[in-house]
Design a protein around this ligand. Structure first.
Ligand code: 8YV
Length: 331
């Protein structure tokens, strides 16, 4: 790290308050146009930066890290998921990686509930009919969806977000089931009246709604594989606000087309920002453009975390949100 203010390169437009404070504290290069950086732009950035502040849209792979200059010591990512960063390559180069956990938990859980309600109750479908001028009045058997009260919700990944989803879902009358790499503590399990399934296969075949809330790691890539998706019951809905890569998206699309699952609420996709065209034609799916954490409050909190991580690191301390190897364990 240089003697003067560290050079911080920010890859995307961040909230004004974050950018302003960053300008005050560090020698900061902002991205005022907000155009996503190309692979080449990222390589150029890491050659000179002391600190890189990327987001989920920047693939910081081994090649980018191989081009890092001697000065690059910290990658302070703006976001909780860090699957866009080759953490092993960074560690081998002595580069610390941080993220922004905790501050987007409630917002993401809210969006999960929004999808969980929207798909079975046909919310966006009904809205589309109305806007198209095709609503000709109430009908006793028209636009019927399915009740969620009393149904079984299976949460994959009972970390902060999964637990926040469970709390909300309880209030909507869902019974909570979960699969996680560790069983949660007894108090939380009792509070949520949650049933733990060590076997994901066993859980999947019994649920009415599946919510994906685990991070994307090598161990969770296609965790919902073609084989596992076939275990779901035909009335089951899938909700994903975590990462598209956790589900074999082609296999899910096939099951949706064949009517072998009831529907899906998706905020994330396997090949973002491109979305499988077949999904666009389906009425039983609700599709959102990765908006789970998109609140002004959440983004400002995320910015604050990035600032704290950089400042702490620059001052010679362990940044609070340093990514540690435990996170690489399977979900
Ligand atoms: C963020 C997310 O907005 O934090 C995450 O893991 O998926 C998003 O909600 C995004 O990552 C910002 O980089």
């Amino acid at each position: 790290m240089s003697q003067n203010k560290p050079l911080v390169i920010v890859t995307r437009k961040l909230p004004d308050v974050t950018e302003t404070r960053m300008m005050e504290l560090f020698d900061t290069r902002l991205n005022v146009t907000d155009d996503a950086m190309s692979h080449e732009d990222l390589i150029n950035a890491v050659k000179f930066a002391d600190v890189l502040v990327p987001t989920v849209t920047d693939k910081i792979d081994a090649d980018v890290i191989a081009h890092a200059g001697e000065r690059l010591k910290l990658i302070a990512s703006f976001g909780t998921g860090w699957d866009h960063i080759d953490h092993h390559a960074a560690r081998e180069r002595g580069i610390t990686v941080t993220n922004t956990p905790g501050v987007l938990t409630e917002d993401t859980a809210d969006m999960t509930m929004a999808l969980m309600l929207s798909v079975p109750r046909r919310v966006t479908e009904g809205e589309r009919v109305l806007r198209a001028g095709d609503w000709h009045g109430w009908g006793p058997t028209w636009m019927l969806g399915h009740r969620i009260w009393g149904k079984r919700l299976g949460i994959i990944g009972m970390g902060r977000i999964g637990t926040a989803v469970a709390r909300r879902a309880r209030a909507f009358g869902l019974s909570i089931h979960y699969h996680n790499r560790h069983r949660v503590d007894g108090e939380t399990e009792a509070e949520l009246e949650a049933t733990y399934w060590e076997s994901l296969d066993q859980m999947l075949s019994r649920m009415d709604i599946i919510s994906v809330n685990c991070p994307h790691t090598p161990a969770t890539y296609h965790l919902l594989s073609a084989r596992r998706l076939q275990l779901l019951q035909p009335q089951c809905y899938i909700v994903n606000t975590a990462r598209g890569e956790v589900i074999d998206e082609d296999a899910m699309v096939r099951l949706l087309q064949e009517g072998r699952i009831a529907g899906a609420g998706l905020d994330v996709f396997e090949h973002e920002p491109s979305v499988n065209k077949k999904l666009l034609d389906m009425s039983n799916v609700v599709l959102l453009p990765h908006m789970g954490s998109a609140t002004i409050e959440g983004r400002i909190n995320m910015g604050e975390k990035v600032l704290i991580n950089i400042r702490t690191f620059v001052d010679g301390h362990n940044p609070p949100d340093r990514i540690i190897d435990e996170d690489l364990l399977p979900a």
